[in-house]
Design a protein around this ligand. Structure first.
Ligand SMILES: [Fe+2]
Ligand SMILES: [Fe+2]
Length: 178
């Protein structure tokens, strides 16, 4: 049955890219904490880092359950995520929050698309779709935390947002395959 095969292929791609994304996300917050660990915003950043760890653990379990191989680029996602977090945090807490807004917007939309695709094709992956919807809501909560902490007021915010989001989209394309 061709359709069934395609669906499974989709799910494999989703899980691989989501797992890679959560690796990167956790490292972004670790990078931010390496610079801003003693700043008043650190508590919020730790909260987000802890949620990314939960997301990552969930995708690790799902990769096993669905027997999907993980990304081959873990060292890359680890390095790139940490750098992005540390560099933006070094520019100041508002720049760190600007980075969070940019990244979480993309991830929120990404999970939303996946959840809708699973639901609309009646893939039967209801539990997975629900997990993706919950994660989408948590990523959008991260975006809102960053907005509340004046990420939009960072110097050069529009450019930063555009550059980081373009980078995220390239990363998504890459992570689906490798
Ligand atoms: Fe996440
Ligand atoms: Fe997040």
């Amino acid at each position: 049955m061709k359709r069934k095969y395609e669906d499974q292929d989709d799910v494999s791609r989703y899980l691989r890219v989501d797992h890679a994304g959560e690796l990167g996300a956790r490292r972004i917050y670790e990078g931010q904490l390496a610079v801003l660990g003693n700043h008043p915003v650190a508590a919020e950043i730790r909260h987000m880092r802890d949620q990314e760890q939960e997301h990552l653990d969930t995708f690790e379990e799902l990769l096993n359950e669905y027997q999907v191989r993980p990304t081959l680029l873990s060292p890359f996602w680890n390095g790139a995520g940490f750098m992005l977090g540390a560099v933006t945090a070094a520019m100041g807490p508002k720049a760190a929050m600007a980075c969070t807004i940019a990244v979480e917007e993309v991830i929120g939309t990404h999970y939303d698309k996946q959840a809708k695709a699973l639901t609309e094709t009646q893939s039967g992956e209801d539990a997975l779709a629900e997990t993706l919807e919950r994660f989408r809501d948590e990523e959008l909560e991260h975006r809102d935390i960053a907005k509340d902490h004046d990420g939009e007021e960072a110097i050069g915010y529009p450019v930063m947002r555009r550059v980081i989001q373009a980078g995220c989209r390239v990363a998504i394309k890459l992570a689906e395959r490798v």
